[in-house]
Design a protein around this ligand. Structure first.
Ligand SMILES: Cc1cc2nc3c(=O)[nH]c(=O)nc-3n(C[C@H](O)[C@H](O)[C@H](O)COP(=O)(O)OP(=O)(O)OC[C@H]3O[C@@H](n4cnc5c(N)ncnc54)[C@H](O)[C@@H]3O)c2cc1C
Length: 449
């Protein structure tokens, strides 16, 4: 058996794991990064790749004034009583550093996104690579990880044991190769959430049992189970990121921007049923509550013209998921919705947009009147990503049942407790990557060199 020592072993090479690896090696640490499913897309690779950071250098250079405190206030307003206060302020303050590090040292050519308006955020604060997509963001970080001599990337499964003072990882031997053992005093759990584990979803989020999961199959809850077996406690297990703009089947989605630009949603009867500016996660249960769990998202060519840089929308368009017509009635016939009812709904919405009448559903921002040519796409509510997990302190140290940090054990990303829990409501857009990179930054700084 080949045995070696490493400063830190990280389980999971998605957003959190790769980021901790890069930030830890920048401090001079030797890192062993293990992921048995390196070739399956992680949630990071499937994501929109939209990272919020308030007070970043890129945001300042774009002329936007913002602060971590502003983001924190937005989070508390959006998710009252549901915020994970153990980590929220620490994550908010870490994010500008994380963005700088990604840009300057982690091989991710981040840019500020001047067009991404997101419900619940008081100002523009999203960043991504070009094109704005999780796949491109993931690929740039994977290339950076692969090029660092202090990071050893291993694609075999490993079992983790703990003895009195250290951790031992036994790595399943690759064909024809000797078995390997890694000894380390520090472990970071970063294997993502449990959205692909049907049993865990049924137990912790019964409302989404059997719902479409448009997240990664690699998010099987295995690193949460490892933490639990070592004595960790859990937080916020019923919280999840819903995705109300998912095309049926789950292969494509429209992204969150259509309502922010003035789009609406109707049911099979051509009637609106919710204020569409709630946010993509909070909207998901409302869509699922409609006949067949479906809603028709209705918008127009002007809105589509603003989505050129939104890779999720462009993929849905390329896959033929968007219908187009030069009148509302023709659009309704294409979609199989009552034409008169849809025309009446669009007339109402245009009155709300003109300020002639208040929306009985309570939406105040419609941006502009919808105009021909019209567009529409059927969507459903999906479970994208779970938000509950191993409870940590503000530095990502995993806490035991007595609230004490567990020696040498850290967590970040989907396997760690998220920024806000309870159903789909607590998920302010961007909470996923904000926690993965913000808490990931804290973990990397807290590791002993
Ligand atoms: C459709 C979709 C869109 C999204 N869009 C956004 C967005 O635009 N902005 C945003 O902020 N968030 C978004 N998210 C959420 C975001 O993707 C996640 O918050 C983020 O990827 C979590 O990072 P992670 O590293 O914990 O998990 P992942 O990125 O999923 O990575 C986990 C990795 O761990 C590996 N792994 C699993 N188990 C083990 C194990 N036992 N040992 C070793 N390795 C293991 C997996 O193979 C995987 O590579 C989206 C999610 C989805 C599904």
């Amino acid at each position: 058996m080949n045995t070696h020592r490493t400063d830190v072993a990280i389980l999971g090479a998605g957003a959190a794991g790769m980021f901790v690896a890069l930030a830890a090696q920048a401090r001079g640490l030797h890192v062993t990064l293990l992921d048995p499913l390196l070739d399956s897309p992680s949630n990071f690779a499937l994501s929109g790749g939209l990272l919020p950071a308030a007070g970043s250098r890129l945001q300042r250079e774009a002329g936007v004034t913002d602060t971590p405190e502003g983001w924190l206030e937005d989070l508390r307003t959006y998710a009252p009583g549901m915020v994970n206060e153990r980590i929220a302020a620490s994550v908010a303050q870490a994010l500008p550093h994380a963005v700088d590090f990604l840009l300057d040292q982690a091989g991710a050519p981040l840019r500020f996104l001047p067009d991404v308006v997101a419900p619940g955020h008081r100002t523009l604060r999203f960043h991504s690579v070009a094109p704005a997509s999780g796949a491109a963001f993931h690929a740039s970080m994977r290339a950076a990880v692969a090029s660092h001599p202090r990071i050893r990337l291993i694609s075999q499964a490993a079992s983790l044991m703990r003895d009195a003072s250290a951790y031992v990882l036994d790595i399943a031997p690759a064909e024809g190769a000797p078995a390997q053992r890694v000894n380390t005093a520090q472990v970071v759990l970063a294997g993502g959430g449990f959205g692909a584990n049907a049993q865990m979803v049924a137990r912790h989020i019964p409302a989404m049992a059997g719902a479409l999961n448009n997240g990664s199959r690699t998010n099987d809850g295995s690193t949460i189970a490892i933490g639990l077996a070592l004595g960790a406690q859990l937080w916020g297990m019923d919280g999840y990121q819903g995705q109300a703009h998912t095309n049926p089947g789950g292969a494509t989605r429209l992204g969150m921007a259509v309502p922010s630009l003035g789009g609406i949603m109707v049911n099979r009867r051509g009637q609106r049923f919710v204020r569409e500016d709630l946010g993509p996660s909070a909207l998901a249960p409302h869509v699922l509550g409609q006949s067949e769990g479906l809603a028709l998202e209705v918008f127009d060519a002007f809105i589509e013209s603003r989505l050129g840089d939104h890779s999720a929308y462009q993929q849905a368009l390329a896959a033929g998921r968007v219908m187009s017509a030069d009148s509302v009635e023709k659009l309704a016939r294409l979609a199989g919705v009552d034409p008169q009812a849809l025309a009446a709904t669009v007339d109402d919405v245009n009155r709300f947009a003109a300020g002639d009448q208040a929306d009985p559903l309570g939406r105040t921002a419609f941006q502009r009147r919808l105009q021909a040519p019209f567009k529409a796409s059927w969507v459903t509510g999906a479970l994208s990503h779970t938000q509950g997990g191993l409870m940590t302190d503000a530095h990502g140290a995993v806490l035991d049942a007595g609230d004490a940090p567990m020696a040498g054990l850290h967590a970040a990303g989907g396997c760690a407790a998220g920024l806000a829990g309870r159903g789909a409501q607590g998920y302010l857009p961007g909470n996923g990557l904000a926690q993965a990179f913000g808490l990931g930054w804290r973990v990397a700084q807290a590791l002993a060199a």
